[in-house]
Design a binder for this molecule. Structure first.
Ligand SMILES: [Zn+2]
Length: 543
């Protein structure tokens, strides 16, 4: 009754007995049928030769592990034409031949392995009451069947790194069905050509700007239309722009600072240069002064918001700097919390642990060490070496001390300002862009050329390509001309990318998923394991 209701897969068996030992249910079972089919000749036999016991693990009952002790009978095969004399009965609905896990457990372990990988899978399985070591799970994942796929017509190719920066593979996606259909362990023209030859149904291939793929597609599927993915086009344009802005980086840096300090009209290059030099001189005096007050290097660095190497560099100078590149360091981790920490410090709280707990209670997540370090710095600077001593009032910190410093206008940020849709630009960025455009006469035409290209990619206006190329070749800056030169080498595919609807977006998405799978195993998973995890049939599909 119990078996029939709760363990339907055990209905063909008679329950001889059960016991609970060491946190495991032990079930003694025997097949109800008194005959078995010979695996060689498929004739049924009832002549029992002998029997033995076989143990296998089944799915958990109420979270507890289950071991099945199965009585297996050997039968005589009486069929004259059969070469087999004796055979053991099999239980295809319960357990695979020679398997030590029931079919239900095999399927569960495989799904666990596919979802979270080998080692994490083993831990999860244990928590779920499933028997299965790391190796067992890896073995099941390797045996998982691949999802079936229809003949692809439109595919996307993209590289994926399985040793970052050193070894690359290729991912192949069906762009019509949004499905990964293969993962090649290498990124090479022959491997792509070979794959395409085996899949002659392909008509359109979306790829990045790589020459390898272009060549592979030309050899493997000469009939296919090649498309350069629009994402990569815009990415390459961004890189060209970044190179362009790097030429003027010093102006950009100072522009960012000036804009933050005032809402003056557009600064001239002379003003920019002056402001930059003033800042350096001011920094020099500040650092020297703090050093004379016997502040540590790290404390000085934090106070004036520069890196420690910069402090060393300025301390080594005998006089204020002349013309050098300025450096910026990012905000210290503690920066968002310093106003609160100072306020509490001034209120008399000297306990770093307590302050950290207060910040956490407010929903922030600074590390305990960060807060400790900052409180230690306050302690050193105010001369309160012991936490129970009150700080002298004269050394209290001003709570509204402005430590924030404008984010420098990097070449990357400037490039993004140029690439962004004007209507999606934030008002502050809009203002920055306006200043940037006035910085140099070459900026405005460059901006319009960049925007025209972005419009072409967004709205697929391939028909504007020729006019755009001519304009950039005649009036564009060096970096943009170089960008166009590169595109012209691959013109047909670029033109197709600007005209056709297909894009490699889904492939990029799957690459992200693959990265996640890769990192779940801390980068140790082999290609074959990853291949199974990404290509395996979804749960519920026939195993
Ligand atoms: Zn037989």
């Amino acid at each position: 009754m119990f078996v029939r209701k709760f363990l339907p897969h055990l209905i063909p068996f008679r329950l001889l007995g059960y016991a609970w030992r060491d946190g495991v249910w032990h079930l003694d079972l025997k097949a109800r049928r008194c005959s078995a089919v010979c695996p060689c000749c498929r004739h049924r036999s009832t002549a029992v030769h002998s029997s033995y016991r076989r143990t296998l693990a089944d799915g958990p009952i109420a979270g507890s592990r289950v071991l099945i002790h199965l009585q297996v009978r050997r039968f005589f095969c009486r069929h004259a034409a059969c070469s087999r004399r004796i055979f053991a009965e099999q239980f295809p609905t319960l357990v695979p031949v020679r398997g030590r896990h029931s079919l239900a457990v095999c399927s569960a372990l495989r799904q666990v392995g596919l979802a979270v990988g080998g080692r994490a899978g083993a831990r999860l399985a244990q928590a779920l009451g499933l028997p299965g070591s790391y190796r067992t799970i890896v073995r099941f994942v390797h045996r998982a069947p691949f999802a079936s796929f229809a003949d692809p017509r439109v595919i996307g190719l993209d590289e994926w790194a399985w040793r970052r920066g050193r070894r690359f593979g290729t991912m192949i996606c069906d762009l019509e069905r949004h499905q990964v259909i293969d993962l090649l362990a290498v990124r090479s023209a022959p491997s792509v050509a070979q794959w395409l030859q085996a899949h002659p149904s392909v008509e359109i291939v979306c790829r990045d700007r790589s020459r390898l793929y272009a060549e592979g597609i030309r050899h493997g599927a000469p009939q296919a239309v090649q498309i350069v993915d629009r994402f990569h086009l815009v990415q390459n344009l961004g890189e060209a722009l970044e190179r362009f802005f790097l030429r003027d980086r010093r102006e950009l840096n100072t522009l960012g600072t000036l804009l933050h300090q005032s809402s003056e009209p557009t600064p001239t290059p002379a003003m920019i240069s002056q402001a930059r030099h003033d800042r350096w001189v001011h920094l020099y005096h500040q650092i020297q002064q703090l050093h004379a007050q016997r502040l540590g290097t790290a404390a000085i660095a934090r106070r004036v918001q520069v890196s420690r190497p910069t402090v060393y560099r300025y301390l080594a100078m005998a006089q204020p700097p002349e013309r050098q590149r300025s450096r910026h360091r990012g905000q210290p981790l503690v920066a968002p919390f310093t106003p609160y920490l100072r306020q509490r410090w001034n209120a008399g709280c000297r306990n770093a642990q307590q302050l950290w707990r207060e910040l956490v209670a407010q929903g922030h997540s600074p590390s305990r060490r960060t807060v400790e370090r900052y409180v230690g710095q306050l302690r050193r600077e105010t001369g309160t070496r012991f936490k129970f001593r009150q700080a002298p009032p004269a050394l209290l910190y001003a709570e509204d001390q402005d430590e924030s410093r404008p984010a420098p206008l990097t070449a990357l940020r400037a490039a993004r300002l140029f690439l962004a849709k004007p209507e999606e630009q934030r008002p502050t960025d809009q203002a920055l862009l306006t200043h940037l455009l006035h910085l140099d006469p070459v900026m405005t035409p460059t901006y319009h050329q960049v925007q025209a290209f972005c419009r072409m990619t967004r709205e697929r206006r391939g028909d504007e390509w020729d006019a755009w190329v001519t304009e950039v070749q005649q009036t564009g800056v060096k970096e943009l001309r170089g960008f166009v030169q590169g595109l012209l080498k691959d013109e047909a595919a670029v033109r197709a990318g600007l005209s056709l609807v297909w894009s490699n977006g889904p492939t990029e998405g799957f690459i992200h998923r693959l990265k996640l799978l890769k990192r779940q195993a801390y980068g140790r998973a082999g290609v074959d394991f990853l291949r199974h995890r990404i290509l395996a049939a979804p749960a519920g599909a026939a195993a």
